[in-house]
Design a protein. Structure first.
Length: 194
């Protein structure tokens, strides 16, 4: 299990706002579909604006998933926060790929999550392993730690990606990622080390 060193930066997680995929209740996890399609709904854009309006952190850098719904959320965040923070796209924050469940009902997530709790290395239905998602997200944090110090960094990503990253901050196994309430669309939270 990857561990994070004592961190020099502060990290805030923002889940993207409600997307067209959320509205349709379907899984969109393949980069070939999600990077160009299934952006935010009008309600999702409002959720992101509302989540950040009046928020008083001095964000110095915004790092986002390349999926359209996350990029749009990050762009709104950049505007609401004053347009000063550079926006960087990093594929390590992309959505977890759910393999053969692509395009199916979101109720099928439970099959993967139940298997995750038993084995975070499983690839049921061809899904990306929970441990793999965590590892790539932790790699991003380690790179940010090498490159920056004393910054407030906003990470804009997806439910599973952020849940799995949280386990690293909480010093928990990837199998535990569903043991905390998930971030709702446009949910904003500081990830603190435990």
């Amino acid at each position: 299990m990857e561990t994070l060193p004592r961190l020099r930066n502060r990290y805030f997680a923002l889940r993207h706002g409600s997307s067209e995929a959320n509205a349709r209740g379907i899984i969109v996890s393949d980069p070939r579909t999600g990077e160009d399609g299934y952006g935010l709904t009008a309600a999702g854009r409002t959720e992101v604006r509302d989540a950040l309006t009046g928020w008083h952190e001095d964000v110095a850098l915004i790092v986002t998933s390349p999926f359209r719904r996350a990029r749009e959320s990050a762009s709104i965040a950049q505007i609401v926060l004053g347009g000063e923070a550079p926006l960087v796209i990093d594929a390590r924050l992309r959505e977890r790929h759910f393999g053969a469940l692509e395009g199916q009902r979101t109720t099928r997530y439970e099959e993967i999550w139940n298997a995750d709790a038993k084995d975070p290395h499983h690839c049921r239905h061809g899904a990306e392993a929970a441990a793999t998602v965590r590892s790539r997200a932790v790699d991003l944090i380690l790179d940010l730690e090498r490159e920056h110090a004393a910054l407030c960094i906003l990470l804009v990503a997806h439910g599973d990606t952020l849940q799995l990253l949280w386990t690293a901050f909480a010093r928990r196994d990837a199998a535990a990622h569903r043991q905390r309430p998930p971030l709702l669309p446009a949910g904003l939270e500081e990830f603190r080390q435990h």
